[in-house]
Ligand binder design. Structure first.
Ligand code: SF4
Length: 251
């Protein structure tokens, strides 16, 4: 059975594998994957060496994970890249990783959460879903992602009602999802869930798009405005440096 997994890197010091899925149901113009299809934490030499070798079968994927557990003492799997939920084998992947007693972080836009996936997440010992909110403006959402906001909000509600652990994430994009918008997102989250946490990422600009990187002052302002309603985090604060190796594709 084929998955949509195209690439796996391993963060040795964090004991964490980053499992990257290929393809997305959104089409955000600021998507970092437009810069490189590979994990952008890899060095230039490694990036130049990588060649696409097809999507992994579920058994091949599990062999790679078992080998990382044996070789490195792997403790965590981050499921992301593009959009993991478009992979019909995702519920099996979550179950198998959970059976191996790994921590699981699922990064998703929450547009498609099947009942089967929801069921696995509910039963998962140590699963966290990181939901990327692009904007709460329905017109901007459809204009920039190509998809309606409504299923995203409905799925957030389903996950909250089923006590799945959630962290929210949004990108500060001056002129599109700016400081005021982020405050509105924080207010919204405080209304729908207890003790919400929000990661605020500064935009990394993509050549050919009109949006610039926010200044540090704008980022600080967004964080302090959101902090009135939610626990605020940034990747810059929570990320720790680590040696990274490629588990797939191998040369
Ligand atoms: S949802 Fe994420 S992966 Fe998909 S296009 Fe948008 S930024 Fe890229």
């Amino acid at each position: 059975m084929s998955t949509r997994i195209s690439h796996i890197t391993y963060y040795v010091d964090l004991r964490s594998a980053y499992v990257q899925f290929l393809g997305c149901n959104f089409n955000c113009p600021w998507c970092i994957r437009k810069l490189t299809p590979w994990d952008h934490h890899l060095g230039n030499d490694e990036l130049a060496r990588l060649r696409f070798q097809g999507l992994l079968g579920i058994n091949e994927f599990l062999e790679i994970i078992d080998s990382a557990i044996n070789q490195y003492g792997m403790e965590e799997a981050v499921l992301g890249g593009e959009e993991p939920t478009i992979d019909s084998t995702l519920p099996i992947i979550v179950r198998e990783l959970n059976n191996r007693k790994l921590r699981i972080r699922l990064l998703t836009n929450a547009y498609e959460i099947s009942n089967e996936l929801l069921n696995e997440l509910r039963q998962c010992r140590d699963c966290e879903v990181v939901i990327g909110i692009k904007t709460l403006d329905p017109n901007r959402h459809i204009k920039y992602t190509g998809k309606s906001l409504e299923p995203v909000l409905r799925n957030i509600k389903r996950l909250v009602e089923n006590d799945v652990k959630i962290v929210f994430e949004t990108v500060l994009i001056p002129g599109l999802n700016d400081v005021n918008d982020i405050e509105e997102i924080a207010k919204y989250l405080a209304n729908i869930t207890r003790d919400p946490a929000l990661i605020i990422d500064p935009l990394i600009p993509i050549p050919g798009t009109p949006w610039r990187r926010p200044t540090q002052e704008e980022l600080n302002e967004a964080m302090s405005r959101a902090d009135r309603y939610v626990r605020v985090m940034t990747h810059e604060k929570i990320g720790r440096p680590s040696r990274v190796v490629v588990l797939h594709p191998r040369p």
